[in-house]
Write a protein that binds this ligand. Structure first.
Ligand SMILES: *Cc1c(COP(=O)(O)O)cnc(C)c1O
Length: 345
């Protein structure tokens, strides 16, 4: 394999910068299960304020945050309405039904990852003892499977309106909500406003080694804290995690625009190569494409062998731009890809 490989598998592969490592090393610590870690408390206050919520909770991962949100919002046996192909149903190991006794009721999404509101309306159960209760509606923004697509305030407000009519809470899986906010040029709180709760990931484009944050009302977060404990997410001197998060919220948000520019540039160049089709053109830092005459799993293997690390995601090749990937890395990845395509399958 050519050295060094260029790692476009995910924005989760980002490594903490020297400054972030220094913040971790110098963090003031306490026992967070006793709510006594000053650095965790600071991160939670900061996140709540940025997202426009009363309170926040540091959790170990986005998966844990989404599961805690579902458990907190829903009684056992309830249904959660999610879009087809959403991270909650595809990539969270069935936690909702395994741990929560919850059903996931899927509805179609459009090319932006927006829920089909007519289908949501039909999925909401009447109050009748024959049916399970409907407990929650989930929105994913940016939408991973749809292509890192962004839903704007109007899009999310429409889901909120419908949920309000049926007195249902809305949870936003905002793993990459900062990418959406930076792309739209709006404060992240504007997008979070339409959710009763929202999770976002520190460990993706924001460059932290670990962690996500769940935000909501004070009552919601009080209950969520108990479910976090149940799931083994009560951590002790978690300030070493939170310190990275504080550093990221202060220093790593605006740079997400660089990732979006790199993805757009890579897409333009790829589109010039014979047989390449963007699927769809990127809006943020996720870029999907197919190539005529290539099976995606074979192309994945050839690209990986050529030092372009990436995944075949359901018949499309996915590249993810992130902290640590500069324009020069994209150029090198493009050169290697050109050579692979030229050699043919
Ligand atoms: C990454 C991601 C998550 C959470 O993933 P973890 O690896 O558990 O932190 C949740 N939702 C979406 C849309 C994601 O992309």
């Amino acid at each position: 394999m050519p050295d060094p490989p260029i790692d476009l598998r995910s924005d989760t592969v980002t490594l903490p910068s020297p400054e972030m490592r220094a913040a971790i090393a110098n963090a003031e610590l306490g026992d967070d299960v006793f709510a006594g870690d000053p650095t965790v408390n600071r991160l939670q206050d900061m996140a709540a304020e940025m997202l426009g919520k009363e309170a926040a909770l540091l959790v170990s991962s986005g998966t844990q945050g989404n599961l805690i949100a579902q458990l907190t919002h829903c009684p056992r046996g309830a249904e959660v309405i999610v879009g087809e192909g959403s991270h909650i149903i595809e990539h969270e190991a069935g936690g909702a039904w395994l741990v929560g006794g919850l059903g996931l009721h899927t509805v179609p999404i459009d090319s932006k990852g927006r829920l089909d509101l007519g289908a949501v309306r039909r999925a909401i159960r009447p109050d009748d003892p024959h049916y399970p209760r409907t407990g929650l509606v989930c929105v994913e923004n940016t939408h991973n499977r749809a292509g890192g697509t962004v839903q704007n305030e109007e899009d999310v407000a429409a889901v909120r309106d419908l949920a309000d009519k049926h007195k249902l809470p809305v949870h936003i899986d905002g793993a990459r909500i900062f990418n959406a906010a930076v792309k739209l040029g709006v404060p992240v709180a504007n997008l979070a406003a339409y959710g009763d709760s929202i999770t976002f990931c520190l460990s993706k484009g924001l460059g932290c080694p670990i962690g996500s944050v769940l935000c909501g009302s004070q009552d919601f977060i009080n209950d969520a804290r108990r479910y976090r404990k149940v799931l083994g997410g009560g951590m002790r001197q978690a300030g070493i995690i939170a310190a990275a998060g504080i550093y990221a919220l202060e220093n790593m948000v605006e740079r997400l625009a660089d990732d979006h520019e790199n993805a757009a540039y890579a897409a333009e160049e790829l589109a010039e190569m014979p047989g390449v089709a963007l699927s769809p053109p990127p809006e943020t830092n996720l870029l999907y494409f197919t190539v005529d005459g290539w099976k995606s799993h074979k192309l994945e293997r050839k690209l990986n062998d050529a030092g372009v690390l990436c995944f075949d995601e359901g018949g499309r090749i996915r590249w993810v731009t992130h902290y640590g990937i500069e324009r020069s890395h994209i150029d090198e990845a493009l050169d290697r890809t050109r050579a692979v395509l030229k050699a043919g399958p």
